[in-house]
Design a protein around this ligand. Sequence first.
Ligand SMILES: Nc1ncnc2c1ncn2[C@@H]1O[C@H](COP(=O)(O)OP(=O)(O)O)[C@@H](O)[C@H]1O
Ligand SMILES: [Mg+2]
Length: 147
Amino acid sequence: MSQSLLLLTKSPAETKRLGERIGKLLLPGDVVALSGELGSGKTVLTKGIARGLGIKGNPVRSPSFVLIKEYPGKVPLFHFDLYRLTKPGELNTIGYEEYFSSKGVVVIEWAERAKNFLPEKYLEVELSIINKNERKISVKMKGKGAS
Ligand SMILES: Nc1ncnc2c1ncn2[C@@H]1O[C@H](COP(=O)(O)OP(=O)(O)O)[C@@H](O)[C@H]1O
Ligand SMILES: [Mg+2]
């Protein structure tokens, strides 16, 4: 059975801290798939992950007009935002698979839009809005070898 960790955060700062803790645990080549409606905190969590990875400078923002933005660091972050993806096949045109086997960590916002494109193994984080300041966040290891 697949285990999941269920958390409730009560502020953006708390969600960012959670991201930071996750970021500290990630290794090069890891993929984190974020799903959840607009405003659920995916970008806030990603900012925390970037901090946890030790990425400095250029603050993480929603990459509005690009599907992928790279943040350099000892372990670089490849931030995918699939909000503007019109059809999943579009991913093939950007060679997305190469990022999965790179020296960086991949974080994908709106991963539910590209379910069939995810690698064999990834960390699934589902966010949902409880009310103005509370978010429910579930964290689960998916894929081969996950139990
Ligand atoms: N507990 C919380 N965690 C994360 N964001 C929160 C929380 N409470 C309120 N917010 C607000 O919700 C919004 C989340 O935005 P964002 O991270 O850009 O969402 P997404 O990337 O999922 O669309 C921000 O305006 C943030 O201030
Ligand atoms: Mg976002």
